[in-house]
Write a protein that binds this ligand. Structure first.
Ligand SMILES: Nc1nc2c(c(=O)[nH]1)N=C([C@H](O)[C@@H](O)CO)CN2
Length: 123
């Protein structure tokens, strides 16, 4: 194990958004849940105990909330893909794993969603 396996994660980020293909889903927001694993070298921040050297998860979290909350995609695939691309474009992240869960509370309690990995290949 070394710094190439370091991960900053955000789990259980609940965000209301317009998502779905059927008519009622275009009218009311639903909660989606995002889990993110962000590959980043944590050693500079750890060595100096300095947030300025770190991937600040509060900033990532705020940006993901803003991006997802303002989106109006039909498919969970599209929302996951665009969110992943935005994070890779705007933050110092080599690779990420994003899980997007749509709880669908009115349909018997099951959840659906997608899991994607994007960015540089794992070493
Ligand atoms: N692979 C997918 N299948 C489905 C999606 C989706 O986003 N990706 N969406 C729907 C509907 O919006 C559904 O959630 C409404 O009940 C159906 N299948």
């Amino acid at each position: 194990m070394d710094a190439s396996t370091d991960t900053v994660f955000i789990r259980g980020l609940e965000i209301p958004t317009l998502i779905g293909v059927v008519e009622w889903e275009r009218q009311v927001e639903q909660i989606v849940v995002i889990n993110l694993e962000l590959a980043t070298d944590i050693t500079p921040a750890a060595a100096r105990d300095d947030l300025r050297e770190a991937l600040d998860y509060s900033v990532v979290l705020r940006r993901v909330k803003e991006f997802v909350g303002a989106s109006t995609f039909q498919l969970v695939e599209t929302l996951a893909e665009r969110t992943a691309q935005m994070v890779l474009d705007e933050f110092s992240v080599r690779r990420l794993r994003l899980e997007l869960v749509k709880p669908r509370p009115n349909s018997g309690g099951h959840t659906v969603g997608v899991i994607i990995e994007r960015g540089a290949p794992a070493e």
